[in-house]
Design a protein around this ligand. Structure first.
Ligand code: CA
Ligand code: CA
Ligand code: CA
Ligand code: CA
Length: 508
């Protein structure tokens, strides 16, 4: 938000100030440093419409995406001159300003003349003598420190049943370019002005909404609502965001105080291992862009602040809670697994099926030691008809292996390092990725009664079956049948490394 504001500011021709904050918000314009004042348009919030009380940093509105819980703000919009006075020359047919909630979504705008006010079209309002007063703006999806934005983008909504300037085949403003999308002054096809507008711009005082938690971002309350959005997630003693795993390209974080319904864990994609961060550290702030890659929600281009965990003696016990168990019942459906996405979990008594090994599969029947579906040996398992190397026989082989809970296709293992594990009476299935345990010898560990427990973080990739992969963090995460109990580490100690010496200061 701030970044985009600044880049806009640099292009702005008009000079002015944002002023007059409503008394209801309990602050005044003098609180804003001059350099931070957007120029060109004043957006005054007269008041949030009853029954809502004004928000404040300590009293934030809850996040909602439900239209029935939308909030309405009544605003006055004034284009101003360099002295901060209404710019009365901003008038006439082109005197439109576009409104936006940032972050958030405007779902309705009602003008002072009511629902059919001709001076309101969508989120655009028509000013007279530089001003429109008493506009009601209805908002959902706002979070964090949000603001109403007004900008003259040069969009002049065409009257119904007329041919707009931006679709009339004429270069109306003589700049050598005609119509949408060729003329950059055309905002939409129904823009009735080829002009670019004045770019005058302004924002309202801050409207304070709750910061999202991992639960919100992960889709616990509203699937995918935050995808492609920039978010800031704050942690404190009542919302403890704990690092559970460091990988070579990021880290897994869990809000251990999050709702019991799950969705409390998130993968933070950092391209490299996050410098100076370790399991058990707490994040006080986590910001980034939310993306969804085949069902896996992650936070990219991240920034964070941590409170480092040093050692049991200096910091108290590591805050990582006991591993929740993924049962065969949970693993039966992606819907029951999604709340555990990116969480640190365990499976009990899992087995790597014996239909696994380099021998070629015969007659599409995977068998002991035989799960190689590259039947013609060209280096490709040709299961995809749209890719080279396709083969009906190899596809049948691959399908048979996918359907066989004891089979992990050999070439897929060679490429991805994952094998299928099954557990429970109804054979819950996950892929298991031991890639962070260099000494792990898969072929010696197939068959029943090898593992008492395997822990790891859960990654999802919708497409192959099973969709979820359990990624162990280090050798501590694999507990073998018959292992000396004194060598089994619990959640607070497995793959946890106390900081010693100078490294105790290491944080980022
Ligand atoms: Ca235009
Ligand atoms: Ca035109
Ligand atoms: Ca033109
Ligand atoms: Ca092949």
């Amino acid at each position: 938000m701030l970044r985009s504001q600044r880049s806009l500011l640099s292009r702005i021709a008009l000079l002015a100030v944002i002023a007059a904050v409503p008394a209801a918000h309990g602050c005044s314009s003098s609180a804003l440093p001059l350099l931070d004042r957007p120029t060109g348009i004043r957006v005054d919030i007269a008041t949030p419409v009853a029954p809502d009380l004004p928000s404040s940093p300590a009293n934030r509105y809850p996040i909602t995406f439900r239209p029935e819980e939308a909030k309405t703000f009544q605003i006055d919009v004034t284009v101003i001159d360099a002295q901060g006075n209404p710019r009365t020359s901003f008038d006439g047919r082109e005197a439109w300003v576009r409104l936006q909630m940032a972050p958030g979504q405007i779902v309705d705008v009602v003008g002072p003349a009511g629902v059919n006010d001709p001076d309101v079209v969508g989120a655009n309002v028509h000013l007279k003598n530089g001003q429109i007063k008493g506009v009601k703006v209805v908002v959902i999806g706002a979070y964090g420190d949000s603001r109403l934005v007004a900008q003259d983008v040069g969009f002049v909504p065409a009257a119904p049943n007329t041919v707009a300037q931006c679709q009339n085949g004429i270069d109306d403003d003589g700049n050598g370019l005609a119509d949408y999308p060729v003329d950059p002054g055309c905002y939409f096809l129904n823009d009735d002005s080829e002009g670019p507008g004045t770019a005058a711009y302004g924002v309202s005082p801050t409207i304070y909404y709750a910061f999202p938690r991992i639960h919100d971002v992960q889709g616990g309350t509203s699937p995918s609502r935050f995808v492609s959005k920039q978010v800031e997630i704050l942690g404190d003693d009542t919302k403890r965001m704990v690092v559970t795993s460091i990988t070579n390209d990021g880290m897994y974080v869990t809000d251990i105080d999050g709702p019991a319904t799950g969705f409390n864990s998130l993968f933070v994609y950092n391209f490299n291992a996050p410098y100076g961060v370790r399991a058990c550290d707490k994040l006080t702030r986590l910001a980034g862009n939310v993306s969804n890659f085949f069902g896996f929600t992650e936070l990219g281009t991240p920034g964070w602040a941590t409170t480092a965990w040093i050692s049991d003696e200096r910091s108290g016990p590591c805050p990582i809670p006991d591993f929740p168990e993924i049962t065969d019942a949970l693993a039966a459906a992606n819907a029951t697994m999604q709340p555990y996405s990116s969480a640190l979990v365990k499976v009990v008594n899992p087995t790597i099926g014996t239909h696994f090994g380099p021998k070629k599969v015969e007659n599409s029947l995977p068998s002991d030691g035989a799960s190689n579906c590259d039947l013609n040996g060209d280096g490709v398992v040709g299961f995809s008809s749209t890719k080279s190397g396709f083969s009906d026989l190899e596809k049948a082989c691959n399908d048979a292996c996918s359907a066989d809970e004891s089979c992990s296709e050999w070439n897929n293992f060679q490429g991805r390092g994952t094998v299928k594990i099954k557990f429970g009476v109804s054979n819950g299935l996950l892929f298991f990725d031991p890639g962070q345990i260099p000494t792990f010898d898969v072929l010696s560990l197939v068959g029943p009664n090898k593992f008492a427990e395997i822990r790891g973080t859960l990654r999802v990739f919708l497409g192959p079956t099973p969709a979820f992969t359990l990624q162990s963090r280090c050798a501590d995460d694999v507990v073998y049948v018959g292992q000396d109990p004194t060598t089994i580490k619990d959640a607070k100690h497995a793959c946890v490394h106390p900081r010693v010496g100078a490294d105790a200061e290491g944080t980022n």
